[in-house]
Design a binder for this molecule. Structure first.
Ligand code: AMP
Length: 193
């Protein structure tokens, strides 16, 4: 099963994608995590990426498409993927479609975790405290830019999937376990007794 998870920064995509990974046996692919691994390597590429990410901007589409293409070719993605943070622009969504088509695969569900902007800041601040500030983009100023980018560039691709009948809207403000249950119901997977 191939799933895309959408949602603003701090919506809980990563947490829910991880839970789904365990439940479905599909592989979570977090483009943010991949980029942060490159940052941590201290490479020149990592330094350039850090500048973009700390500004709350998007990494160029061609870089992201190459990254995800390479990741999806890995054997552990054979039984399905949960895309967490990709696509973020319409060109990325179109590139993903072409990629899947050429390997005879389809997207089964597109999930949107809906969370009001007003509560994202406290979530991001909580994460920053819990992770000891591991992510330099988890601060009020960068969050504002990331949110602007989400609304301007990512949210407008939702109709693309809605037209295909794939979009499932999930209340991301519910309790974490209830969000998981809502996702499992939306994708037709019954919660284990
Ligand atoms: P995330 O961990 O998903 O919140 O991503 C952190 C940052 O990585 C984003 O604010 C972007 O700068 C960058 N990033 C992650 N995924 C993508 C993508 N699909 N396209 C462009 N930039 C991305």
């Amino acid at each position: 099963m191939n799933i895309i998870m959408f949602g603003p920064p701090g919506a809980g995509k990563g947490t829910q994608a991880k839970r789904l990974e365990e439940a479905l046996g599909a592989k979570q692919l977090s483009t943010g995590d991949m980029l942060r691994a490159e940052l941590a390597s201290g490479s020149e590429m990592g330094k350039a990426l850090k500048t973009i990410m700390d500004a709350g901007q998007l990494v160029p589409d061609d870089v992201m498409v190459t990254l995800i293409k390479y990741a999806m070719e890995s054997p552990d993605c054979a039984s399905g993927v949960i895309l967490d943070g990709f696509p973020r622009t319409l060109p990325q969504a179109e590139a993903l479609d072409a990629m899947l088509k050429s390997s005879g695969k389809v997207i089964d569900h597109v999930l949107v975790l809906e969370v009001d902007d007003s509560i994202l800041l406290s979530r991001i601040q909580k994460r920053a405290a819990e992770t000891g500030g591991a992510r330099s983009d988890d601060n009020a100023e960068t969050l504002k830019k990331r949110l602007d980018v989400y609304h301007a560039q990512t949210a407008p691709i939702l109709p693309y999937y809605d037209k295909q009948g794939l979009l499932r809207r999930i209340d991301g403000m519910a309790e974490m376990d209830d969000v998981t249950a809502a996702i499992e119901a939306a994708i037709g997977k019954k919660k284990a007794a």
